[in-house]
Design a protein around this ligand. Sequence first.
Ligand code: SF4
Ligand code: SF4
Length: 227
Amino acid sequence: MALWGMVIDLDRCTGCQACVMACKAENNIPAVGMKEAHKERVISWMQVLTETGEDQHGAKMRFIPRPCLQCDDPPCTKVCPVYATYRNPEGIVAQIYARCIGCRFCMAACPYNAKYFNWHTYQKEAPGQNPDVSLREKGVVEKCTFCHHRLQRARERASAEKREFDPAEYVPACAEACPAQAIVFGDLSDPASEVAKLAHSPRAFRLLEELGTKPKVFYLTEGEAGG
Ligand code: SF4
Ligand code: SF4
């Protein structure tokens, strides 16, 4: 059984936001409008966090792309009173919109602020929406799904063509769009995969590791590329 995961190389990320835009287009992420944005209600499953620091050359801006970290021991699923969010057997933390009652317990439990609430029905049926991704109604919580629909599509394609599914066929939109190839995706349970090798590299770390949430999104530290 695969265990899907991601490695993001902070040395490669330029903060261009291509991953954010690709995610929005792929997952029908609504534009909430200025009024809502001022109330901090922007929805962005992938966010590029910034941090200002210093290196030997002076001030330096750091970019940290942050999807849902797909925790292997996710605190968000444990608090949902109606099982509207769960970890599937391949490690993807999923949302069932039709079940969500909008209590937002999962949002409070997520230490990475990776979940978003629909204060209104922001999305409308419109040309250009991705038909593989459901629209979300007012009152439900949503988040990054590692583009799970792409996995289903790839498996269906392989089955229709009567061949084995190749894990390399499943790539989330953010990883596909990154021009710097900062995002590597794949099966962490396969020691030969690039993602598994990078996740075990000495540069690899996870956000808030001490909480024991075991994110399946790993980061590679900056300033050491090629080392
Ligand atoms: S697309 Fe790649 S380089 Fe651009 S912000 Fe996202 S991770 Fe960084
Ligand atoms: S990052 Fe937050 S929303 Fe994603 S699995 Fe972990 S606790 Fe849940």
